[in-house]
Design a protein around this ligand. Sequence first.
Ligand code: MG
Length: 393
Amino acid sequence: MRVAAIIAAAGQGRRFGSAVPKQLLRVGGRTLVERSIDAFAACDRVNEIVVALPADLHETIAAAFSGAAKPIRTVAGGERRQDSVANAFDAIAASTNVIVIHDAARAFVSPALIAKTIDAAFESGAAIAAMPSRDTVKQARAGAGGHLTISATLPRDEIFLAQTPQAFTRAVLADAVALGRSGVEATDEAMLAERAGHAVRIVESDASNMKITTPEDLTLAEAIIKANGQTTKAESARVGIGYDLHRLVAGRPLILGGVTIPFDRGPEGHSDGDAVCHALTDAVLGAVAAGDIGRHFPDTDPKWKNADSTRMLSAAASAARERGFLVQNADVVVVLERPKLLPHVDAMRASVARALGIADSRVSVKGKTNEGVDAIGRGEAIAVHAVVIMRRV
Ligand code: MG
């Protein structure tokens, strides 16, 4: 399944009465549009992200996400949300299976809700996140003397408040966009899909997927993230450190960062002995206080015998993502007397970046010798130090 996300962030935020467009307002140190993009970047279903923006914001957003692992493109937004979505739709490859649309003002959407909505749309053609009504719902109209008067009480269990994400197979969204272009006005894409005759499934949303529409909402949003322990810039980042050492013995391949390096010795160990992946795995797990490599991948488990350690690193990055953290960058020092690492450094960076799900430019690998001092200097062992910075999404 190939999935593209459209983030609609072209509004001018008129209801806010602020000089800054709403999507650039900051909550807990990050703008609303950045938080929305973060959530889609953290959702493993999503392959690419297209952000519809006012033209003067393209550079700001492009700069903020220059190092992202997923392609993030910007397109010019339109007057209404349906115009922005239509512009973005034109920029998405025909091979895309599902397109998921999101309003940047719902900056606290969870990767789990995004995934659920995408999966439902892939199965049924169209699905949206919606909240069941908790209150009794009244229909009212202007009555005598211009006062609003109840005309009906609607059955509450049939009432859902439509939100985003809204996901569609490409064919369904093509129909909806065509209908919108034919002059039909709609407040969301589901309405266009319904009008085009498609069934749209409801995926139950959660309270955190609030829309930030007024300054009061912003205050509430600050309170929510404070309660989640992510208010300040400092609190939104975590650092992790990792270390590993293996003896070098004859008859084992030398695998570092997932790359096999020609040499007459390699690390002793239960798995493939990849000390770069092991140190990084501990750094990632450490940053989110999720224990260590020995707990997650015990060397008593036959599953990990001679295992490719990039899989452990990927699993650690997934565990961190589940806790709401993305790797921002990684820096690695490999202490090894021989062979020279420099010819292999770029391949190691690329392989580690792939395992972590981030861009190569965010990974550094540096080779050092121990100048002949101690066991490492005599070539009897390899040691690796690793540091990562994680950012909360
Ligand atoms: Mg190890």
